[in-house]
Design a protein around this ligand. Structure first.
Ligand code: SF4
Length: 210
């Protein structure tokens, strides 16, 4: 049953501005190559100039959707869920993750960490951005740190961010897609010289899947 959109329900995380949801293969980071259901939540004010989902930024353009509907659809596809955006932590993720957990799902988040952590997560991918740094205790909760590399200066930023995560957090450098031919060679050299890092590629784009 469709629930009527109500700003108060969005504020409480009982409805979320849903941009899209789809079953695909995780292309990036530690879980690359594995099937998962992606829930892309609208709304982000981080403003990365190279963002490849700029259409997610304006939450107003994405219909407030009851979390019950989102979870029901997710349950039909997979027991592994990736919540992404936009910036999902713009919203209270508590109710959505509780409802997914009730169905016994494993829940991953992809976040810049620009807003305080809410929700219950089995895997936290922190992808910090220079123009709106992570807040709160998210560095201590990240399972993987994924730094997008657009230019050489991003390697310095990556080291600064790596110094803040907990021991055992996996470290990834990922070429920004539009400049991948330029940056991949120096990322490869950097990872060979600093093997605590791994290369992450957007393999879903090579596979031509969402
Ligand atoms: S944080 Fe993510 S969604 Fe937001 S602008 Fe940056 S890349 Fe785009």
């Amino acid at each position: 049953m469709k629930v009527k959109a109500d700003p108060k329900l969005v504020q409480k995380g009982l409805m979320l501005p849903l941009m899209e949801a789809f079953y695909t293969i995780q292309g990036e980071g530690y879980h690359k190559g594995t099937a998962a259901y992606f829930i892309r939540v609208g709304g982000c004010d981080v403003g990365c100039h190279w963002c490849d989902v700029k259409e997610s930024w304006d939450a107003e353009t994405h219909p407030p959707t009851a979390i019950g509907e989102i979870v029901e659809e997710a349950a039909r596809h997979s027991d592994t869920i990736v919540v992404t955006g936009g910036e999902p932590l713009t919203w209270d993720m508590g109710p959505l993750t509780e409802a997914l957990k009730e169905k016994g799902m494993k829940i991953h988040i992809e976040t810049s960490g620009a807003y305080p952590m809410t929700g219950h997560w089995d895997w936290v991918c922190l992808s910090p951005k220079k123009n709106k740094l992570p807040v709160g205790d998210i560095y201590g909760r990240a399972d993987e740190l994924k730094v997008i590399v657009y230019n050489r200066h991003d390697l310095k930023f990556a080291e600064e961010q790596a110094a803040r995560v907990r021991p055992g957090c996996l470290l990834y450098l990922q070429p920004e897609w539009s400049v991948r031919e330029k940056v991949t060679p120096f990322i490869v050299d950097y990872v060979m010289a600093h093997p605590k890092w791994r290369v992450s590629l957007q393999t879903h784009k090579y596979l031509n899947i969402p």
